[in-house]
Design a protein. Sequence first.
Length: 525
Amino acid sequence: MMTGSTELLECPLCDFTVLPTDDYIIQLHFEQVHTTDSPFRIEDDPEDEHPPPLPRRPRTALSTTDAQLTPASDEDQNTVECPEPDCGESIPLSDFNEHLDYHAAESLSFDETTGEYRSKNRAKMHGPKPSAHHAGSSKPSFLEHNLNIELPDALRRHNDHARRSKKRGQRGRSDTMSSEKSTLSRSIQTFNPFAQPNRVKPPSSNCRLGRAELGPYAWEDRMPKWLHDQLAAGPKITLVNRIGRDGRLIKQESVQNETPGIIPILAQLSALDRTVKEAYYCHPSTLHIGKTPKEGGFCGYRNIQMLFSYIQGSRAQGHKDFPGRTPGILKLQDLIERAWDKGINTIGRQQTGGIRDTRKYIGTPEAQALFLSAEIDCAVQMFSDNRDGSIEAHDSLLAAIERYFAQAAVSDGSNVYKTLLPPIYLQQPGHSITIVGFERRRDGTGNLMVFDPMYSTSPAMHKLIGRKDIKAPRPEVLYAYRRVAKQLRKHAAFEILMLTAHPPLFPVWDVGSNPAPSDHNSTQH
Ligand SMILES: [Zn+2]
Ligand SMILES: [Zn+2]
């Protein structure tokens, strides 16, 4: 906002306005009304019962060793509830702009008459405001760049604010270069006696974790009944009429939150994109699996489901034990609890207090317990910034993912390698996604291609699915699936879980325009 402007400052999320001189008031309003876990927020959520907080510890007095010994407790975390009506997630303020960008990307559609892409501006935002440019502010976001929308000034300021508070709140990290990076709150490292414990602070292994690690519902005994019922009923399934390749009518099931057939489209779009030197993709049977309405943060389960969609669709190791539809979230919770019963990663039960019928976040330890218990071979690998800051976690991650795909790449004459490899579960601090490919760009950079369970498939992508003759590059559509170094760099650690059984060998990539036959796309003639 320019000095001397008579325009009122508006809250980006509601109708609250103040004079430009009162920008502190709007920050306070934002913290009180729209931010969870803020010290200014007045708690009155009856669902959110948890023990009274411990008295605040003086942060400045903590030395590194003290911090290591401090039991995990509920830390201040600046998170904001997403304003999208069907989202239901708590988003760290520092990720909020990016989160809204991806919501805009999921509404992307192609306007045939104008030949242009359109995206709904669904969060309440200000229109273009040329006076709001800051010297040194970050580059225009996806929204701003593609859709001529300026992100609200107050949000940017809150972003800076969040970064500052986070820096203040960091404990036990002497490495100043990465002091603002987020670390994994739950790691497989606690479970692995051979891991190097001094690289990333492991969570205390012998005590119950709190909201910092398990999310806003860390202390709930059970999720609300409406949500339990929604999950128990499973996603809505509709029958869609399609014309098959033989010209006959096919009735095909369409599952509310599942999208088959995306990977062959991404492979075509990578090939058409001149900034891409080489690209690799995993087995095309992998589905994108998103959320059902308002369910919130079940990303760990949704990514496990995406791995199961590969297992089922490619008839890989374990598929016989999981026939039919994708196993639901309540079933996955049951399988994890049963893995703990068998003695696999049981410390997860003490750390979470049990996950059955709750919304507590899960992580790599639970995913690993589930697959090991189901006798599906898997391996976990960890990436973290090294101590002197010379190697960053995201660089090692990108290199490992490229190697993973390159070892199975067989050239078909194009610069896009279509493999039969499984997708990979990727745990980032606070969120997990599924890696389905990798792009090496002509400028030397590399990026992941991912399915993010937080977002649904855009109408623009839905229109492309099934096509084999795409002619024009569509970077607007690829945007939702790319994760570039700039985005990954903010994290100081990652974990991946790979399925390690030999992938099935029969050809699947060139079987026509319909998705590969699989148990969950039952077709009837
Ligand atoms: Zn507001
Ligand atoms: Zn959201």
